[in-house]
Design a protein around this ligand. Structure first.
Ligand code: ADP
Ligand code: ASP
Ligand code: MG
Length: 473
């Protein structure tokens, strides 16, 4: 389906880690933004850290905390070389503003890491400050590339751009006042013909402490800005064609999905599709601003359009299959569970208090046990919370090494036979199902299985639903 699109007024463009990985990638990303600016579109650019930098920063922060300052300093030096090389290749001279700024940022990073080393303490707050340097360092490089291509640009941190968050370090959420602030801070630049370049992934608290929005958070920064400015669309440029029927690294013949609803994308992201932050579409839902996921390598390919109102494809109830690895199952058993709703209530209360993502819940039909699937990283905290919050005659056991596989698609609603097809595909591969649940939205069915079978399961389910065949709506 191709339709003449009305010309856009304002686009927010997000560039991911691969699109920022070196001078060449940054120059190409700048040219994608520049193309629209030259067509008369106002563009706000939101950038990720160079690929691999966020993980590097997390490692060096851990090294400093454990007392290995030499390793932390080596890693800082490597990051420094990488950013300076990119700046130089983008045309920055040694006495340029960009080089001066990169030098200052690296010095501040070095001091923050040294503080962690002296205290041997890495709090969520100091980890956020350190990990966000990746985006703070890549934003000046994008500004430089835009300027070198003849545009006027100005880079800002998330906080400077107006993104105000709660104090949930590591996983912060924007406060409602964010939207007005972002609009106030960016409108002047836009009307003066300057392209703002915002360091993604971060905001700041009302007290001015830096926060991050969770891994993959630059997608979320871009949609926050998109909502604030009433953008026509938000474009997330990626190293993949769009949102695909499965992770292309796991399923070689995964196909691009042309249209998805906000709800479908949220389910996919929540159940492990790393392509977008799970909350990325939430700012767009009220206003109905579409999100496009586009391939930087093939900019004219339409990619995936995410918007309200899914278009169900006849014969395609399931649009994608996805999986989360490193999951633990926690099973609450004991005579006291039997028919006692308060027990279920205390299970949920204990988990909610710890702010743990609950991936699946199921209660056996005899009501004699309740099972929960949680990320393994949170299992220890969840176990403690459950043991503290439940009557002492109940036992809680953990099974680790589990994965959760989910099939997602709005067309499953009320369709017969979808689960049968899923279970047959798994049975055909001799894969044992540990737990089953269907979300109340009926946008997904998820199953827990042994972690070592999950890639095989994903490929089998993908084939069983014929997802390698691209479909047009
Ligand atoms: P970015 O830095 O651009 O946000 P990410 O690495 O965070 O990029 O996300 C893109 C990656 O997500 C792809 O390289 C791909 O391996 C992975 N991915 C997982 N599931 C999917 C999916 N269903 N569709 C597309 N990509 C997926
Ligand atoms: N750089 C951050 C991360 O790796 C944020 C992002 O890329 O979206 O999680
Ligand atoms: Mg990402």
């Amino acid at each position: 389906m191709s339709q003449a699109q009305p010309p856009h007024r304002l686009l927010v463009m997000k560039f991911g880690g691969t699109n920022m990985q070196d001078a060449q990638a940054i120059r190409h990303s700048a040219s994608l933004a520049g193309r629209s600016v030259r067509e008369g579109v106002k563009v706000v650019v939101v950038v990720s850290a160079m690929a691999g930098v966020t993980n590097g920063l997390l490692h060096l922060a851990d090294a400093a905390q454990s007392g290995d300052i030499a390793r932390a300093n080596d890693e800082i030096a490597a990051l420094r070389t990488r950013h300076f090389t990119a700046a130089q290749e983008l045309g920055a001279t040694p006495d340029s503003e960009t080089v001066r700024e990169l030098r200052e940022l690296h010095e501040t990073l070095r001091q923050a890491v040294y503080g962690v080393y002296l205290l041997r303490e890495l709090t969520p707050r100091s980890r956020d400050l350190i990990v966000a340097f990746g985006e703070r360092l890549s934003a000046p490089l994008m500004s430089l590339a835009l300027e070198q291509s003849g545009l006027r640009a100005r880079h800002l941190t998330g906080g400077e751009a107006g993104i105000l968050t709660d104090v949930h370090f590591g996983n912060a959420r924007p406060l409602p006042t964010t939207y007005e602030r972002v609009k106030d801070r960016l409108s002047g630049f836009l009307s003066a013909g300057v392209t703002p370049v915002i360091a993604g992934f971060m905001g700041e608290t009302e007290q001015g402490a830096l926060t991050t929005l969770g891994r993959g958070g630059t997608d979320f920064s871009a949609t926050i800005v998109g909502k604030a400015l009433g953008a026509d669309e938000v474009w997330a440029w990626k190293d993949v064609d769009g949102v695909m029927s499965a992770d292309p690294r796991v399923v070689g013949d995964a196909s691009n999905i042309e249209v998805l609803s906000y709800g479908e994308v949220m389910e996919l992201a929540y159940f492990g599709a790393k392509v977008l932050h799970p909350l990325a579409v939430t700012p767009l839902q009220d206003s109905g601003i579409p999100l496009r996921v586009k391939s930087a390598a093939d900019p004219d390919f339409p990619g995936t359009l995410v918007r309200s109102l899914p278009e169900d494809v006849p014969g395609r109830p399931v649009k994608a299959v996805t999986a989360i690895k490193n999951v633990s199952l926690l099973t609450v058993t004991g005579a006291g569970v039997l028919g006692v709703p308060e027990v279920i209530a205390s299970v949920f209360t204990a988990i909610a208090r710890e702010n743990i993502t609950l991936l699946m819940v199921s209660q056996s039909s005899s009501m004699s046990n309740v099972s929960l699937a949680v990320p393994s990283a949170d299992a220890g905290r969840a176990l403690q919370a459950l043991r503290a919050g439940l009557p002492s005659d109940l036992q809680v056991e953990e099974t680790s090494g589990v994965a959760v596989l989910a099939i997602v698609g709005s067309g499953m609603r009320g369709q017969q036979g979808v689960s049968a097809r899923l279970f047959a595909a798994l049975a055909g591969e001799d894969i044992n199902i540990l737990m089953i649940s269907q979300g109340s939205s009926e946008l997904n069915i998820s199953v827990a299985l042994h972690g070592d079978a999950v890639d095989r399961a994903t490929a089998a389910v993908h084939a069983a639903f014929d997802l390698s065949q691209p479909v047009s709506v």
